[in-house]
Design a protein. Structure first.
Length: 134
């Protein structure tokens, strides 16, 4: 099943929730467009999603650095792996033009990754930040 707003865990830091919500909307749009025939638009939307993720992850890593979070490197590594995964999908599409493989990737790989990542890593840093700043 594709990630939905209702499935997304809510964490303590609003700015992080906002970034996560924006991505849910982008993913839903990419999912719909990939079921059609406009490959050019699919490439554009995937590229924008990757750029959004890079900014999202950089923002989170900055927040972790500000509070000297002890799991900074491990969490950053989770981000790097996800960017590489999305870039691998992008390369695969460039080679095959198989845009119809996108919906199953979004449902089967990205959705469980988001839920797990937000529930564990992002939730942990947001609690830590709230505790540190109060
Ligand atoms: Fe996040
Ligand atoms: Fe994260």
């Amino acid at each position: 099943m594709l990630i939905s707003q209702e499935q997304l865990p809510i964490i303590e830091i609003d700015s992080m929730n906002e970034l996560h919500n924006e991505e849910i909307a982008r993913i839903a749009k990419l999912y719909d467009v990939a079921k059609g025939k406009d490959a050019k638009l699919v490439f554009e939307l995937l590229n924008e999603l990757i750029e959004h993720y890079k900014k999202h992850f950089a923002d989170e890593e900055k927040l972790m650095q500000e509070v000297e979070h002890p799991d900074y490197h491990a969490h950053k590594h989770e981000h790097i792996k996800q960017i590489l995964d999305l870039e691998a999908l992008q390369s695969f599409l460039e080679m095959t033009n198989d845009i119809q493989s996108i919906p199953s990737y979004l449902e089967g790989s990205l959705t469980p990754w988001i839920i797990e990542h937000v529930e564990t890593w992002d939730s942990m840093i947001s609690k830590f930040i709230v505790l540190t700043k109060n």
